[in-house]
Write a protein that binds this ligand. Structure first.
Ligand SMILES: Cc1ncc(COP(=O)(O)OP(=O)(O)O)c(N)n1
Ligand SMILES: Cc1nc(C(=O)O)sc1CCOP(=O)(O)O
Ligand SMILES: [Mg+2]
Length: 230
């Protein structure tokens, strides 16, 4: 188990970056230079070996930044990247991906493991002893994930935060204008794709997101999320 830094969380979606004619590695470097502490590599249509190459590229681009780097869905990719001697911190899995118990077994006790959970039933099933954070969304409908569930809205997000002891990362249709309201729900972080990857100026957009969220306490390793770390 490892503490996830709070605040701005950038999901580097390969398709969104490609549509904006940008390399995810360049967006990643710009984001960490702007103060983003958590990155996730997501490439839903890429062959697995391309996802490995992409993750290595991003990891190398942000090397030395101290940012937490995760892979969407694919534990095998994280393991291969590690086996090549390149640092990757963990994986974010959804409800149809590998079970978090298996993810934890494969990646080890120090990995960061996140899981998607939004409904009361999904949140109740999350084992807080195996997972470091929950990703809850979509807060709003978003073209970036057409198969997402119904929008939670801020009230639904607040309910998700109240339903779990784990840090909650809000996601889906969010941008800089939402940072204050999302933080007020008690969410630990705010994850975006389009607001940075498709922005006219990703560096500026990342900086604005970091500033709008405001200061975050340093993560405490092994801390139980009681609200004190939010
Ligand atoms: C931080 C964060 N939260 C939720 C998701 C969604 O993951 P998942 O449900 O597995 O859906 P896909 O992203 O795989 O389409 C996420 N990636 N990150
Ligand atoms: C990757 C992802 N997961 C979601 C969920 O609801 O679990 S919504 C989403 C896409 C977020 O992209 P954008 O910031 O462009 O709306
Ligand atoms: Mg998934």
């Amino acid at each position: 188990m490892s503490a996830l830094p709070g605040g701005a969380y950038l999901v580097l979606d390969a398709d969104t970056c490609a549509a904006a004619a940008r390399r995810p590695a360049d967006v990643a470097r710009a984001a960490v230079d702007a103060g983003v502490r958590v990155l996730q590599v997501r490439a839903k249509r890429a062959p697995v070996r391309d996802l490995v190459a992409l993750t290595v590229e991003v990891a190398q681009a942000v090397r030395g930044s101290g940012a937490t780097l995760l892979v969407d869905d694919r534990v095998d990719v994280a393991l291969v990247v590690r086996a090549r001697g390149v640092e990757v911190d963990g994986v974010h899995v959804g409800q149809s991906d590998l079970d978090v118990a298996d993810v934890r077994r494969l990646l080890g006790p120090d990995a960061v493991v996140g899981v998607s959970a939004a409904t009361p039933a999904e949140l109740a099933r999350v084992d807080a002893g195996l997972v470091d954070y929950v990703g809850s969304g979509p807060v709003r409908g978003t073209p970036t994930k057409p198969d997402a569930g119904p929008p939670l809205g801020l009230d639904g997000l607040r309910a998700a935060v109240a339903a779990t002891t784990l840090p909650v990362v809000a996601i889906g249709g969010l941008g800089v204008a939402d940072a204050g309201a999302v933080r007020q729900t008690g969410a630990h972080g705010l994850a975006v794709v389009s607001a940075v990857c498709a922005a006219a100026d990703p560096t500026r957009a990342a900086q604005d997101l970091v500033d709008a969220w405001g200061p975050t306490p340093a993560p405490v390793v092994g801390a139980v999320a009681t609200g004190a770390s939010r």
